[in-house]
Design a protein around this ligand. Sequence first.
Ligand code: NDP
Length: 327
Amino acid sequence: MSQAIVLTQEHGNVHAAIRRIDDSELPPADTRLRIEFSSLNYKDALAIARGDPVVRAWPMVPGIDGAGVVEHSEHPALRVGDRVILNGWGVGEKHWGCLAQKASVMGDWLVPLPPGLDSRSAMALGTAGYTAMLCVMKLEDHGLRPSDGEVLVTGAAGGVGSVAIALLAGRGFKVVASTGRPEEAAYLKAMGACDVIDRASLSSPGKPLGRERWAGVVDSVGSHTLANACATTRYGGVVAACGLAQGMDLSQTVAPFILRGVTLAGVDSVMAPRELRLRAWSRLADEMDRALLASLSQTIGLRDAIGLAPQLLAGKVRGRVVVNVHE
Ligand code: NDP
């Protein structure tokens, strides 16, 4: 028997509770993991607090990411005792996830824990950190270099934002953090931001083009913020879009793309190919400053994750939340 958060739905309302699960109840898959740590991502908070649109099968064990040890596997590349990381692939959405002490998953979904990271630090990064690295790689793939100018990070005090600032600053970029929490300015500067701006300057409907400022952007907010970020990106700049914390909508003109050659580059972590995941995790292990990682993350127990979900959705949680599934 093991414990998990189990989500059920009744009359459109989501109920989240800790339940004991027998191994025989786990979904069919080729590999069983003993999860050591999971984390609370924006998507997990949506699943726990609202269900829709994240949860696509009921009952559901949430948890889009986890780090742990292979307990049993029929996958040819895996051995009992291997330490692995799981991100995405619909886990915690349509396949039972990692806010649980055990998970039954496909071996193809797993990447090895890279040397230099332990399970806890892997989940301090988690899907948000891995996505932040995918965004950094996307900017670099488009040729962005530190000498090109300022890089804007939106949703700065959140998980993706905090890790993106640390990674970009670590590579020598001049990072400007956009936040709705001015009280977090010292934290954002400690992460490596050289300037902090009020997110209100980006969050309302704006003009098709504004003063050119950003050489690159990491946006986890979407909506008007993303439109305004594109409209103020410099000639030839690149905007990596990965999130929707403000909204899923995007209303803008084509002016930044056809008059300034701006690239709007989408970033998806869920179905990203294995090769890209391996590169992202290897770079995270090499490049993420461990002291910053410790200071941007807090650790909670499985039950606490249920209570914290609404606060995370309200934008009141700073940085990353690691979940010790055995507490
Ligand atoms: P967090 O909740 O940790 O951070 C989101 C941040 O966005 C908040 O901390 C806040 O930052 C800002 N924010 C919240 N509400 C608003 C609002 N109404 N208007 C403007 N800004 C707002 O979430 P994550 O960092 O984990 O995820 C961020 C987004 O990225 C989510 O939408 C998530 O779904 C998405 N995501 C996408 C992935 C992909 O594969 N494409 C993978 C991982 C995440 P501040 O207080 O500093 O303003």
